[in-house]
Design a binder for this molecule. Structure first.
Ligand code: GLN
Length: 265
């Protein structure tokens, strides 16, 4: 437990001006609000690029961004900086898309060069010949994360992420691309190496998957949290699951129609 419960939980949103392209800043709002709904004190700390990164937050968030700003963010955070020290003393990190790429070992930068990542996750991100992954992403969690239920979101990235032996994915891709090898997300294989979770899911991911928000908060608080009324989020999830299902069915229907036409000609 990184914070005594009689004090405020500090949620640090890193570099929103560099890593704010995909609305992932909403994850910070959700975490703070879910704590407040339970009567716990929480503070959202916006950490601007170019300022000193505080080491005292309980949870840090990095969002998606374009190749050049993400390179700048990685250079600012370095390979042995305040975020590393915070993780070493038990702080939790949620890193989305560009955020996940930069907390890995390396990633493609704005100039096309391979950039050094923070090394908090054992993964590398590369560019391939495959087209940019854009669209809904639906994931079945691996056994270790089964409590999270299916994970839903959207993805928009050119990079593909390969996991090393010190990492494990969150789950398997049902629809979409994710890491690019059938898996999605990256976390440490051993929690002793840090409580760092990466994902390609935008949405924001914690709006679409409140169980993931509560799993991160349970790490911070040191105990499972009381359930909340998630009726609205459940309705959104059901609608998004249906949309993916219908999208797939449409795709099949479209292919069948096209195949029939081709056979006829
Ligand atoms: N720039 C990265 C890529 O295209 C990340 C994009 C994102 O954060 N959505 O792979």
């Amino acid at each position: 437990m990184s914070t005594p419960r009689d004090s405020v939980v500090r949620v640090g949103l890193l570099f929103p001006e560099l890593l704010g392209t995909y609305g992932d800043g909403g994850n910070a709002v959700i975490l703070v609000q879910r704590l407040r709904w339970r009567g716990l004190d929480a503070e959202l700390v916006e950490i601007a690029a170019g300022t000193t990164v505080p080491e005292t937050c309980d949870l840090y968030l990095l969002g998606g961004g374009e190749d050049a700003p993400q390179t700048e963010a990685a250079r600012e955070l370095g390979t042995d900086g305040p975020l590393h020290r915070a993780v070493a003393r038990g702080a939790v990190v949620l890193a989305v898309c560009a955020g996940m790429q930069i907390v890995g070992r390396s990633f493609p930068g704005g100039s096309g060069r391979t950039e050094t990542g923070l090394g908090l996750l054992d993964c590398v991100t590369v560019k391939t010949d495959e087209p940019r992954a854009v669209g809904e992403l639906l994931v079945t969690p691996d056994a270790a994360f089964a409590d999270l239920g299916r994970l839903t979101g959207f993805e928009n990235h050119g990079g593909r992420t390969r996991l090393g032996p010190g990492a494990r994915p969150l789950g398997r891709v049902v629809a979409g691309v994710g890491n690019g090898d059938g898996t999605e997300g990256v976390t440490t294989a051993d929690e002793a190496d840090g409580r760092v979770v990466g994902t390609y899911l935008h949405g924001p991911v914690l709006a679409r998957n409140p169980a993931l928000a509560d799993a991160l908060l349970a790490w911070v608080v040191g105990a499972p949290l009381d359930p909340l009324d998630d009726t609205d989020a459940d309705a959104l999830r059901a609608e998004r699951f249906r949309a993916v299902e219908q999208g797939n069915l449409d795709g099949v229907a479209h292919r069948t129609w096209r195949d029939r036409l081709l056979r006829r000609n």
